[in-house]
Design a protein around this ligand. Sequence first.
Ligand code: ZN
Length: 367
Amino acid sequence: MGDLQPRAGVHYPRSTGEFQSWFATDADCLDFLDWLRWPGGFACPRCGHGGGWAVADGRYKCAACGKRTSVTAGTLFDRRRTPLTVWFTACWLFATQKDGISAQSLQRSLEIGSYPTAWAMLHRLRSVLVRPGRDRLSGTVQVDETFIGGDEPGLAGGRARGKKVLTGIAVEVGEPKGIGRCRMGVLADGSAESLHPFVTGAVEPGARVITDAWQGYRGLDGLGYVHERRSQAAARARGDDPGELLPAVHRVASLAKRWLLGTHQGSVAEAHLPAYLDEFVFRFNRRRSASRGMVFYRVLELAAGHDPVRFQDLLAGKKPHPAPVARGWGHPPSLDRPAANRPWRTGELQLQLPIPLRLSEYPRGVL
Ligand SMILES: [Zn+2]
């Protein structure tokens, strides 16, 4: 798409109504992906030749090397048996709901036969959110680490004993106040060996980095940052709340914890926490986006430009929680539906009625 900004109502739908009318069939969704991937026309992914023709099986055939390529090949939607109408609706819900959607809600609202299928769809979407080479944070950045996870209420058996995971949080702060973008990442421990790579991966050199006095942050000035350490003892001496040395990171940490407990009922396995953190950061950094349709466009754009993700790779050694209602490994029906032709006018109810209802013929006093 180059640097052209996509436009509402042209390149992405402005509303749920527009979404439904644009993407009523699987063919509509496929054409949108085709345009998103090759806005200037088909270009062969193997030899780079620009030009080819559509063949009978729905794929393109390269005019130079003869390779056949489907629109979804090599994208997140490659070889998926989930119909594109279902994928697009999942993307729409994922992008337009303020807090996202849980696998269980997705399964219910799209008639997806099995929980693992819904779970894998959402994890595939999460896996595309971190764009390689994205900008790092800049300006003034607060950095701290906190434990996320642990005992969570509301799971089967009352409480599930989860493991708390040490998580690094970096947050841009405005002067004199205000919160900008954030980054989060799982840390092996609180040592400099873990903290320094987190900071260099999240924050642009030259930024002013504010941390507490923890020794793991020592040496950041040597890595190109203007390092400001805030000591709890000094805060106490000033009469300030030592727990509020870094208010921006504490605010973001509590929002992330609340989101995990709310949308996902805390049912997040340790192995999958990084994916949920990616989703939280993606949402948080777009919280002021005027158009949710634009966020939908960005998710689809990332998915169309992302390599396929295998189910085995999503598991990361952990199986998703067992399906609350196990109905086999079902692939969802397409949401591609013919016009329903106003069933309320043609349904069984009328056939069963012995006499057509005419309100005007009702005896007075009945209504
Ligand atoms: Zn080719």
